[in-house]
Ligand binder design. Structure first.
Ligand SMILES: [Zn+2]
Length: 250
């Protein structure tokens, strides 16, 4: 993974501002994984993409994550602190064996055999604005299902029994656990326990957004005080920048 300079991250933030969140994720990953083609990054299963975003987060802002949650029972605000490694999941649970090298998974149940691949960023982008009469889950299956047979004969996706569709949904999720990170939370005020979803992509982008705004403010203060250019200020180490800033604002 290639390190990101402050000026590169600032440029990625700026160019991502008018992009959908998915595009921002892929642009960030392309910057730190230049050896991986943009097509490959876009077609990584969501969990694998998110594992790389966690690497990026740890490299840029460190491994410690701070988040907030609200108790659904009493409304208490919880401050959560955890490490990137706490929310990493193994690529595939043991019950599903080794990940298939070609990325093609199989589900066999009640005489039905389905082959499918795991959803990726392009799939999520394609179903992000469904028409009123479209079912996003059905659309996702239509994209990810490769073959469906019943007793050896081709079988239409839209006629699959609900039990098979449910099994497919479950197995897809189990095959890509990093795509759905759940935090087990306990409210200190009322003792309520619940599961909260943690999604690294919006979390990381919100952090980058806050960082960029802070950085621009710092550049403004230092440029005003010393007459340095933006690129000169960005070339300073964060530590030196902080020291000069302290002197300016004291
Ligand atoms: Zn509570």
């Amino acid at each position: 993974m290639r390190p990101l300079t402050a000026s590169h991250l600032l440029a990625l933030w700026e160019s991502g501002l008018d992009q959908p969140l998915l595009h921002r994720a892929l642009a960030l990953l392309a910057a730190v994984y230049p050896e991986t083609s943009p097509e490959t990054l876009a077609t990584l299963p969501i969990g694998q993409r998110d594992a790389r975003l966690l690497n990026l987060r740890a490299a840029v802002f460190g491994p410690r994550l701070n988040s907030l949650a609200t108790c659904p029972t009493c409304g208490e605000r919880l401050e959560l602190t955890f490490d990137v490694d706490d929310i990493r999941t193994p690529e595939l649970p043991v019950s599903h064996g080794e990940p298939p090298p070609d990325g093609i998974h199989t589900l066999t149940l009640d005489g039905y055999t389905l082959t499918y691949r795991l959803p990726n960023s392009l799939d999520l982008a394609a179903i992000s604005h469904p028409a009123p009469d479209e079912d996003p889950r059905q659309q996702l299956f239509a994209r990810c299902l490769i073959t469906a047979t019943h007793k050896g004969k081709p079988y239409p996706l839209e006629r699959l029994p609900e039990k098979i569709v449910q099994a497919l949904t479950t197995q897809m999720a189990e095959s890509d656990p990093q795509a759905d990170v759940q935090l087990a939370l306990t409210c200190p005020a009322c003792g309520n326990t619940w599961q909260a979803t943690f999604d690294i992509l919006p979390f990381l982008w919100a952090e980058i957004h806050a960082w960029a705004q802070r950085l621009l403010r710092e550049i403004h203060l230092l440029a005003s005080a010393y007459g340095w250019s933006e690129s000169e200020i960005l070339a300073l180490s964060p530590w030196r920048r902080a020291m000069y800033l302290q002197m300016v604002t004291q």
